[in-house]
Write a protein that binds this ligand. Sequence first.
Ligand SMILES: Nc1ncnc2c1ncn2[C@@H]1O[C@H](COP(=O)(O)OP(=O)(O)O)[C@@H](O)[C@H]1O
Ligand SMILES: [Mg+2]
Length: 294
Amino acid sequence: MMKLNLPEMLQKQMNTERAERDKNLQPVYKELIGSAGYTAPDENIVEDAVIALAMGKNVLLKGPTGSGKTKLAELLSYLFGQPLHQVNASVDLDAEALLGHKTLSYREGRQEIDFIAGPVTKAAELGHFLYIDEINIAKPETLPILNGMLDYRRTIANPFTGEVVKAKPGFNVIAAINEGYIGTVPLNEALKNRFVVIEVPYIQGDTLKSMLSSQSQQGDEDVLSKFVQLSADLVSQAKAGHLSEEAASIRALLDAADLSVYMPPRRAVQRAIADKLEDQREKALVSNVAGTLF
Ligand SMILES: Nc1ncnc2c1ncn2[C@@H]1O[C@H](COP(=O)(O)OP(=O)(O)O)[C@@H](O)[C@H]1O
Ligand SMILES: [Mg+2]
């Protein structure tokens, strides 16, 4: 586990709050606490995200697909001992998916209307962390619902119950946005304004090597070194615009390294990386790059 270099006051505050929280946390919520699987390209990434959260600010993780944004959010949850309630944004994300919905239930033979809290309402009422993945994919009209919850007010009017939900201390939002090298779906300014942005690049070189050594089923160090080189080549091709972003994803690289335990590395690269691409030239490029290494 990495050693964080945090200001002493902040570290003390975090430890006290975590111990306090841990005493009262129900088992169902303990299960929502993430694990420490993120390997940082430099310490500032984790430290700055921790400082921002400890000071009650929302954090926006910005980086290409498969760069470890979700892993980092889980690490932050782990470091704070805070359960992470998740929203996976999609084009049909709506107020109900965020806030919750009404449902009919029967109590002592009588019909009643219950409100089933959604992730935002839950995280707010419990004072936990909320993680919104791929926030830029959501329809522009959905996210403004969250504005009040994201700024100093930390409140939201729930249109389904007529109640005003006020977040308990400890509530914070971590969001992720996929931002490639070439173009991106921009995030609404008013929303972006409410976050501290942390860039999450692909890990490379020795950092990537140590991540692969700990996470991949492939145990051969020489083979892993070649996968590190392959990643460097794919990232530079993606940066140059010759390959789409997903070809450089560390997630896909890890899959390829795993498959290479039981099949020749070139075929593993084809299955895990090349064949996912639409463009024939891009497929050929990936195969050629792999061919120079394996
Ligand atoms: N920096 C990293 N540290 C640890 N694992 C990583 C890292 N980058 C990528 N991975 C691996 O790649 C996979 C994808 O990471 P994930 O956090 O889901 O990426 P993202 O959310 O940015 O798309 C993870 O399951 C993990 O195994
Ligand atoms: Mg993710």
